[in-house]
Design a protein around this ligand. Sequence first.
Ligand code: FES
Ligand SMILES: [Fe+2]
Length: 324
Amino acid sequence: MSTAQEEEEELFPGYPRGWFVIGVSSELAPSDVKPIKYFGREMVLYRGESGAAIVHDAFCPHLGAHLGHGGKVVGETIQCPFHAWRFDETGKCVDVPYAKRIPPRACVKNNPVQEHNGLIFMWNARVEGEDPTWEIPDLPEYGSAGWTDWGSALIDIKTHPKEIVENLADKGHFGPVHGTWANEFGNEFKDHIGIQHVKGVAYPRGGGEDHFELQSTYYGPGYMLTEMQSVLPNIMLLCHTPVDTNNVHVRIGAMIDISNVKEGKEDFQEGYRQNIIVGFKEDIAIWENKKYRPRPILCDGDGDVGALRRWYQKFYMPQAEVGY
Ligand code: FES
Ligand SMILES: [Fe+2]
């Protein structure tokens, strides 16, 4: 008889496969080097002189220095701070300053990276050799005249990412947690994409009622965009990347079309952003203290939590079996 915890680990072993946000493009200038930790692995993120973002596993194959602490960018390569071996963008050692012959097996593992919409994404494979099978779409609004950048905030949360994803199907929590009520609610799951449609009403603390309609779309297990009919056109960002099995980095932001805002554009974006963060913090308190129920007791007014879980679990299954 297995315990609930064993059952949970069996369903969600390790980390999901997919593209995950590991940084913000504008925060990594050419030649910058940063130590990062995601998926329980120490890594180094750097930008080569030509502008490409590169992620290698952190520890030098020579005597084990962390390339992210004191490593230097030379062209497209990173130079180890300990004995100055250099590794190119594929992770292969291309220079040992004091040796006549470079050991042929000297390399660090390289991880696929792409930048879209001002964000740096890394592909997390579950098995060596599993390549990316889908792309993060470029938003036509990103960088267009009148639109702000994300202005994203980074929040550390003590939870498993499956708890955050479950929001997508959790119709019943809108009222009690966020003070908004969903009149119409539905999900769609197709390959790596998970969608939520909501039509509802919110009762702001200042009184009155706001009717809203939104669509949230997950592209893979860790990057979600929400489009909501609102006073101003906007796209909300929610992305979450596991640091280890019980810690998640969440980035929340919003791109807003402020071309029609005459005064106080910055204040407007900041106010909007703070509102989203307040809403999100209402969820965090629940996630950080809850327990996962592998077999929850559900009722007819709940969303389709089962369908959501079957979809999410596929990112833990072999790519060959799932097809993406
Ligand atoms: S430990 Fe990296 S060059 Fe020696
Ligand atoms: Fe929520």
